[in-house]
Design a protein around this ligand. Structure first.
Ligand SMILES: [Zn+2]
Length: 245
């Protein structure tokens, strides 16, 4: 049994590092999803400027290798889904500040539009994914094949989502895929076990009541997050206050 770093056993008031979760970086009017999981390019830059001046922004590898969480000052930045705006709007800002980032990609959506009730929205192309995968500051992880809720699929289907997405990404990109993020943050003990057995190094959710290596929690950043709210979300009070802010 691997030793699990302190972060992953922490309780709500303990010191911890943080893992941010972004989706789209675009203006509200341009994002057709009703989930509200977009941040405007201007707010994204303000948030990154704050983070890079106050925290140590590290890669997931560094967070897991070096247990940097113990100083409570470490942050990792992640994106789920893989929208084209990651390339157009997010990467230039990440590069400007020299920050590492992990993109969790929904493999069947690469090169396609996402369909939302209010319209469609472009996903990253394979060409873009191949290009960004060359960058040593960028980690590519899997967000499954089709963005299905894995807890609602048969175990066999869930396993295919978890394993095939990894194999496809590794074949196309020629680099290892070590991390998995659960679509909708949704997992069960059996799903976690499948991710572990599929040789992923860690699994990422959003809310996790018992965070450990295969159910790491992340702080979801959305269009509601003003800079003030964002700063509160990064404070140690966030997890206990999460329900009311
Ligand atoms: Zn997702």
């Amino acid at each position: 049994m691997k030793t699990i770093p302190y972060l992953f056993k922490n309780r709500d008031t303990g010191p911890s590092s943080k893992i941010l979760l972004y989706h789209a970086v675009c203006e509200d009017r341009d994002f057709p999803s009703s989930a509200g999981t977009n941040v405007s390019p201007e707010m994204f830059e303000r948030q990154l400027r704050h983070v890079s001046s106050r925290f140590s922004v590290i890669s997931l590898d560094t967070m897991l290798d070096e247990k940097k969480e113990n100083d409570g000052n470490a942050i990792a930045i992640t994106f789920d889904d893989g929208y084209e705006d990651s390339y157009e709007n997010a990467l230039p800002v990440l590069k400007k500040y020299g920050l590492p980032v992990a993109f969790f990609l929904t493999v069947s959506q690469i090169g396609k539009d996402w369909d939302f009730p209010r319209g469609s929205y472009p996903g990253l192309s394979w060409e873009q994914v191949r290009e960004i995968a060359q960058d040593p500051l960028i980690e590519i992880g899997s967000h499954g094949l089709r963005h299905g809720d894995l807890t609602k699929l048969s175990l066999r289907e869930a396993e295919a989502e978890i394993r095939s997405s990894r194999v496809m990404l590794e074949e196309k990109l020629g680099r290892p895929v070590q991390y998995f993020s659960y679509p909708y943050g949704s997992f069960s003990e059996r799903i976690k076990e499948l991710v572990r057995q599929s040789n992923y190094r860690a699994g990422f959710s959003v809310i996790s009541h018992n965070p450990e290596m295969y159910s790491l929690r992340r702080i979801l950043i959305s269009r509601k997050d003003t800079l003030f709210r964002f700063i509160i979300k990064l404070s140690p009070l966030y997890w206990p206050l999460r329900r009311i802010i």
